[in-house]
Design a protein around this ligand. Structure first.
Ligand SMILES: *Cc1c(COP(=O)(O)O)cnc(C)c1O
Length: 418
């Protein structure tokens, strides 16, 4: 192997064929379960069959009284806001940096997302929440970015002190925990995506956890009208009379997606344990490489390692820009080194800068977020390089080749400065 950077014509460090990361893991048993479902039922209007099995398994795994499956994480979040009785004009505090669907459903409820600055780890900064609370604030929504649990004890304290509904977007953090308690079970409701790359995947789908019966009935009314609402909302409950129509939307998970998610849930803890081992190796190695910082995990948390996040420090590499550093990593064949794209500070997105073209008369129309409003979140976002975390022991060799690629680019950074 020559030592010339691949970007400058040298031999790439990583020689393994693509793709380097495949998710969700699918084996013969997975295929058998999905074929079995295909032959059993491909539409399930009530809480029965694979939908009931998946919801029961989710309730057991998370220790929640109710789990409601839906068609996507986005619809799970929309349903969670509806169930929390968010109404027109209400304000909901959300992290400035998250995938937009954490907050975007609020526009459909004519409520206002109020963005909150994050800490250097990308999670909502609990010391910046209270300054945003007004008489119209109803709820606090928390994302656990890249599977790193947010400061739940402080956030729960703030929500309790101000009478806000605490909601979670656990879409990066299935199986992660804080202080021994599973992410998604801290507040009124926890919403999750089951989309393709998420730690627990059904390909497409989502679910909401809650311990509260009234929230459960509102979730059913929002997403599962007719048969399921009729059979599960008690006759004496005020929502029972709406069962035929619900709130007008139908957002069921597909039974084949439910079968895939059910299969994957049985492996989730093993996946997470495997990821933790490879993440520990990667974090120790990257921490030694000039130009890269590994943000330490706080004590008392178990992450899901949806992504291993590195912060790039150009000042340690003669001012080399992150774009060129990243290009050099990719040229070494380390194709999974990624810079966050659509998961960005929301103040940079047109929907958050001016929602009124899409939502005429939206109460937020006079508030204009703009680039630069959230310097901490925006700095980390523009300096972040992330990797998916492998879970199989046989992937350690591939992980090691990614480390060698980063060492090589860091060592040779001066050649990229000219
Ligand atoms: C993926 C994701 C969503 C949306 O989930 P879909 O299933 O794609 O609709 C919401 N929030 C976060 C944090 C996500 O990563």
């Amino acid at each position: 192997m020559t030592n010339t950077l691949a970007l400058l014509g040298g031999e790439p460090v990583v020689s393994a064929g693509l793709p380097h990361f495949v998710w969700p893991p699918i084996d013969g048993a997975t295929e058998g379960k999905i074929l079995g479902q295909l032959r059993t039922a491909v539409s399930i209007p009530g809480r029965s069959g694979i939908v009931a099995e998946l919801e029961d398994a989710l309730q057991d795994y998370f220790g929640a009284r109710h789990a409601v499956t839906l068609s996507s994480g986005t619809s799970a979040l929309h349903a969670a806001y509806f169930a929390a009785r968010i109404k027109p004009g209400d304000e909901v505090i959300v992290p400035a940096w998250t995938f937009h669907a954490t907050a975007s459903p609020l526009f459909h409820l004519r409520a206002t997302p109020v963005l909150c600055e994050t800490g250097p780890d990308g999670n909502i900064d609990p010391t910046r929440v209270e300054e945003l609370i007004t008489p119209r604030t109803r709820a606090l929504m928390v994302t656990h970015l890249w599977g790193r649990p947010a400061a739940m004890l402080a956030l729960q304290g703030i929500a309790d002190a101000h009478g806000l509904a605490l909601l979670e977007d656990g879409s990066h953090a299935h199986g992660a925990s804080h202080s021994g308690k599973k992410i998604g079970t801290f507040g009124r409701a926890g919403a999750f995506s089951l989309n393709g790359p998420k730690p627990l995947s059904g390909g497409e789908g989502g679910f909401v956890l809650t311990d509260d019966d009234d929230t459960y009935y509102r979730l059913l009314t929002f997403a599962h009208y007719n048969k399921r609402a009729k059979s599960e909302i008690p006759e004496r409950h005020p929502l029972a009379r709406y069962a035929v129509t619900g709130a007008g939307l139908k957002l069921r998970i597909h039974p084949l997606a439910a079968a895939l998610a059910h299969d994957q849930l049985g492996h989730l803890d093993a996946y997470l344990a495997g990821r933790a081992g490879i993440a520990a190796y990667l974090a120790a190695e990257f921490a030694r490489i000039p130009g890269l910082e590994v943000i330490p995990m706080p004590d008392g948390v178990v992450p899901s390692w949806y992504g291993l996040t590195l912060v790039y420090h150009p000042e340690e590499l003669g001012g080399l820009g992150i774009e060129r550093f990243h290009q050099a990593l990719l040229a070494e064949g380390a194709a999974e080194f990624d810079r966050p794209g659509s998961t960005c500070p929301l103040n940079r997105l047109p929907l958050y800068q001016g929602p009124s073209l899409l939502f005429p008369g939206h109460p937020d129309a006079q508030r204009h977020y703009k680039a630069g409003d959230f310097p901490v979140a925006e700095h980390v976002h523009t300096h972040m390089i992330k990797l998916p975390v492998w879970h199989r022991e046989q992937d350690l060799e591939l992980a090691a080749s990614y480390v060698r690629a980063a060492v090589k680019v860091s060592d040779h950074h001066e050649e990229l400065l000219t």
